[in-house]
Design a protein. Structure first.
Length: 372
């Protein structure tokens, strides 16, 4: 197979310590490098005080970023593209539809471009009206300037087809099947295996951690609630979460956690996982939840059903519905095994990182051979 020079642009970078996009680049990039491809990842300078030249076979390039909510991603992608167009890359993979206006530069210079647009960013509650209009416009631009748009879920693929008449390639994210090996690590938060509900997410309205707290407070249970995550900027939503949780010692908000061994134990040992992300495609946290054998209670949106299917149960976006499903879980733990087995089987069949890499590699080779 042809060996390619590939640039990965548009995330904070690797090693992955910040979110789903970064994990995606780490898992994809290291596999492509192991297959003999020349892989370069562009990293945001301010996020990496320790500058590595290479990581897991990938070359790393550090460039500036303006660390403001509206400019962090765009500024770094701009500098990255200016650097990348002077390199002999065969293909540029760029994440995030917000970066799509910048694709004009490499497109005019004849560079091959693939963009993973992620979810429907304009629906996210953290953005004001101007930002939402911008993100909506970016979707259309991405469908025009990129040689191929990658949709990470069937729902996103259907959306681009109906909204923009745009053909996309469906490639989801991946996850590792996991099991508990160091349950003693749970002692850090005074929790025990099987004795806590869990949610891991950014603290933003469309992910509904506040709703989870409100529902949990209506339960009569000794099980605790652990919600891991945060926001990188000041947030009135997080303030509301804190106000709702204050005074209840069974609600634990430890902030973001990047220790992979600790996260693995937290996932593998939870009683049940609450997935509240209503915007986006294939959510990496949901995949890892399933791969960890968690019993999952997911918000009832198309993106959840695409991934979870019949391997979990669903709630509508209100506290009454979520309370009902959490209460059902408390009374039907004996039924969890069937759901957990189905979840792990879906990961094995559809969401392995090796399969994800196979699909991206095939797409890159196809585009290069077509010489778009």
């Amino acid at each position: 197979m042809q060996k390619l020079k590939i640039a990965l642009i548009g995330t904070r970078g690797v090693p992955a310590s910040y979110g789903g996009f970064e994990t995606f680049y780490e898992e994809l990039g290291k596999r492509l490098a192991a297959r003999g491809h020349d892989v370069t990842v562009y990293c945001r300078d301010s996020y990496y005080p320790d500058k590595l030249d290479k990581y897991l076979g990938m070359k790393l390039v550090y460039l500036p970023n303006i660390k403001k909510k509206s400019l962090d991603t765009l500024s770094h992608t701009f500098f990255s593209i200016l650097h990348a167009i002077r390199q002999p890359y065969d293909i540029l993979l760029i994440c995030n539809a917000a970066n799509s206006p910048l694709l004009l530069i490499p497109r005019l210079l004849g560079k091959l471009i693939v963009i993973n647009t992620d979810g429907l960013e304009w629906k996210r509650g953290k953005w004001g009206m101007l930002a939402r209009v911008y993100y909506k416009l970016c979707e259309r631009i991405s469908s025009i300037l990129a040689h191929r748009v990658v949709a990470d879920s069937r729902g996103i693929q259907d959306y681009y087809a109906s909204e923009y008449k745009a053909a996309t390639t469906f490639i989801p994210y991946g996850a590792y099947l996991a099991e508990s090996t160091k349950p003693d690590l749970l002692g850090k938060f005074d929790i025990k295996s099987g004795e806590y509900f869990l949610q891991i997410t950014r603290f933003e309205p469309e992910n509904n951690p506040l709703l989870t707290i409100q529902a949990y407070k209506q339960l009569s249970t000794d099980k605790k609630l652990l919600i891991i995550g945060g926001v990188p900027y000041e947030s009135g939503y997080f303030k509301k979460m804190h106000e709702e949780a204050v005074g209840n010692s069974n609600i634990i908000l430890p902030g973001p956690i990047y220790d992979k061994a600790l996260l693995n134990e937290i996932w593998c040992n939870c009683f049940a996982y609450i997935h509240g992300n209503e915007v986006g495609g294939t959510n990496p946290a949901l995949l890892q939840t399933m791969a960890s054998g968690c019993f999952t209670i997911a918000i009832d949106v198309s993106f959840s059903r695409d991934v979870l299917a019949d391997a979990g149960i669903f709630f509508e976006k209100n506290a009454i519905s979520l309370v009902k499903q959490m209460h059902w879980a408390l009374n039907h733990e004996q039924d969890f095994a069937v759901y957990k087995d189905k979840a792990c089987e879906r990961i094995r069949l559809h969401y392995s990182w090796d399969k994800v890499t196979d699909n991206y590699e095939a797409l890159f080779v196809e585009l290069v051979e077509q010489g778009h």
